[in-house]
Design a protein around this ligand. Structure first.
Ligand SMILES: Cc1cc2nc3c(=O)[nH]c(=O)nc-3n(C[C@H](O)[C@H](O)[C@H](O)COP(=O)(O)OP(=O)(O)OC[C@H]3O[C@@H](n4cnc5c(N)ncnc54)[C@H](O)[C@@H]3O)c2cc1C
Length: 551
């Protein structure tokens, strides 16, 4: 049976290829899909690729109906971390037979497999898992019922609460999938709270052991760069500049660790480049005594303009209800009703996404989450008060290039809830700026100017993405999948200091979960973002230790 005969009559068709190679095979599939009037609404292509940084990479496509995931991992490890249901599988020059079991876990009933180069041991391993061969190369999976990675939402209709980076990205990724979205917001326009800064910086994170936050941040950063390019480009679709970010080393120890990371040779040149002191000094035109990392694709963007660009991409599918005051949610039948501060009904939907930033701490459904509001004050400097830099400079603090006559220096981390500009916070910013640019007189006499915002921060500094847990109903739960959840209620929260890059990937992940699509991230990383992790942690910390805990 030809592929197009196999995919006909389906809404979604997912193909796995063990070798992306030069991309020709995948491109041929996309061409065949385009040419078929009876094509499935969605074609999802997943392929193992070399030459990318480790991890899963979702690559935006010009066709809204096509999704491409490139997995940079060995076959068995990639399959173990993949959450998908595969309809067609191609195995090319694969090694060993350990992949058969994780592959079977992902395979839909009656899926087709093509593996011309499989050896007898590999065929036997696949047969043992339920693949029935018709000759040497082709098999059909005949083992059990299909299982989607997540349960799709009952209808493509959602209420999104909060029109900052998180909510606008959610609206964009859902509308791109044909959802009807009502976006509700207490203010009269987008990005009036944490997302209201003139400039946010974007850059990746590095670590010696490539730990979980590093892998997540890399995935978010790379996806954001690709997503913004698809939106029309930084500096074109929205305000900002891919001017590069230079992160100076804090001290000799930090520089030594950085050199060791650079010496591994794993980082592509356009992602991160270690600059020795003289190179960094030459680039910056200022002293950089310990050297630093250059992130050539990093830069700054005005979050409010990114929000506007994301909403512009939603088209007719988006309804906005702004200026609603403090919105509350009520359960109504099988769905949710959002009411504005005056009690007026703003919208109803079976699915709600809470993207309310620090405001989530005051909502009944999210009050139990361990979220903190961390005050931050940014200082705005007019020309003459700060050096004019060709790129973003950072260490403990950051300094942006001048845009619209303003250079941003920031930002403080405070535990109080004072919404007003403070001279003491500005002084803190100025002192850090002076250390950063090695100029004890920088920003001398600068008038008090800037902006205060509140970051929404979880104890592990990672975002919360997915179905929200019901703390009251949670009993003796040990596994994420057993934690009781609020029906139809999802969160996009806790973006802390990296909202620009978390917003696109987190929204894409949540939209994929709501559709029952293959997920764009490794399972371990998806779990690390699950809001229910705090139910398990609360239980573990309240539990009496047993002998098992010491094993
Ligand atoms: C000083 C400072 C500097 C920062 N620098 C950077 C940076 O350089 N790079 C970077 O990536 N990030 C930076 N951040 C972080 C970034 O700004 C945030 O991560 C991001 O803006 C969070 O977006 P959000 O949509 O989650 O929250 P918000 O932008 O706060 O949006 C939440 C929205 O929900 C609305 N809302 C809440 N409750 C209700 C309710 N009950 N009813 C109706 N509406 C409600 C709010 O009005 C708000 O509009 C910085 C933050 C601060 C404060």
């Amino acid at each position: 049976m030809k592929l197009h005969e196999h995919w006909r009559g389906r809404a979604r068709y997912t193909v796995f290829d063990s070798a992306y190679g030069d991309g020709r095979r995948i491109n041929d599939l996309i061409d065949a899909w385009r040419a078929d009037p009876q094509r499935p609404r969605h074609l999802h292509l997943i392929a193992l690729a070399r030459g990318l940084q480790p991890g899963f990479h979702r690559i935006p496509q010009p066709d809204a109906g096509v999704t491409l995931d490139l997995l940079a991992a060995p076959l068995e490890a990639a399959l173990a971390q993949l959450q998908a249901q595969l309809d067609s599988i191609r195995l090319d020059d694969v090694e060993g037979a350990g992949f058969a079991r994780p592959l079977a876990r992902l395979t839909a009933l009656h899926a087709r497999l093509h593996g011309a180069s499989l050896d007898a041991e590999q065929r036997a391993a696949l047969q043992a898992q339920g693949f029935v061969f018709d000759g040497e190369a082709d098999a059909i999976f005949a083992s059990r019922k299909p299982r989607l990675p997540t349960t799709p939402a009952p209808e493509r209709r959602a209420l999104v609460l909060g029109a900052g980076m998180a909510g606008c990205a959610a609206a964009a990724r859902l509308c791109a999938r044909g959802w009807q979205v009502t976006l509700v917001e207490r203010h009269a326009q987008v990005a009036m709270e944490a997302s209201g800064n003139l400039a946010g910086i974007f850059m990746p994170l590095l670590s010696r052991d490539d730990n979980m936050p590093t892998r997540l941040t890399r995935a978010a950063y790379l996806y954001a760069l690709r997503y913004w390019a698809a939106l029309g480009g930084v500096g074109r679709a929205f305000e900002g500049e891919v001017c590069g970010v230079l992160q100076l080393a804090r001290d000799a120890g930090h520089a030594a660790v950085s050199r060791a990371i650079a010496a591994d040779g794993a980082l592509p040149h356009d992602f991160a480049r270690w600059l020795e002191p003289q190179q960094a000094t030459a680039l910056l035109g200022l002293p950089a005594p310990e050297g630093g990392w250059l992130f050539p694709q990093g830069g700054w963007a005005r979050p409010g303009s990114v929000c506007a660009a994301m909403l512009a991409s939603c088209g007719e599918s988006l309804t906005t209800r702004f200026g609603a005051g403090d919105v509350q949610l009520e359960r109504e039948g099988d769905g949710w009703l959002a009411r504005g501060a005056d009690g007026a009904a703003l919208g109803r939907a079976p699915t709600v996404i809470l993207a309310s930033g620090a405001g989530a701490r005051r909502m009944a459904q999210t009050r139990d989450l361990p979220l903190q509001a961390l005050r931050g004050q940014v200082t705005h400097l007019a020309p003459g008060f700060a050096p004019q830099l060709p790129l973003v400079l950072c260490r403990e603090a950051y300094l942006t290039p001048s845009a619209n006559g303003v250079t941003c220096a920031g930002a403080t981390y405070d535990l109080d809830d004072d919404p007003h500009l403070r001279a003491a916070s500005q002084q803190e910013n100025v002192e850090r700026l002076r250390a950063l640019v090695s100029d004890p007189r920088a920003a001398e006499g600068a008038p008090l100017a800037g902006r205060v915002g509140f970051r929404c921060v979880a104890p592990d500094r990672l975002p919360l993405v997915g179905r929200l847990p019901d703390f009251d109903a949670a009993g003796a739960t040990e596994r994420l999948r057993d934690v009781p959840r609020h029906a139809g209620l999802h969160g996009l929260l806790g973006y802390a200091s990296r909202g620009l890059i978390w917003a696109p990937l987190a929204a894409e992940l949540l939209a994929a979960q709501l559709e029952g699509e293959p997920l764009p991230l490794e399972a371990a990383l998806v779990d690390a973002l699950d809001p229910a992790r705090f139910v398990l942690r609360a239980r573990r910390s309240s539990r009496t230790p047993t002998a098992d805990d010491e094993a």
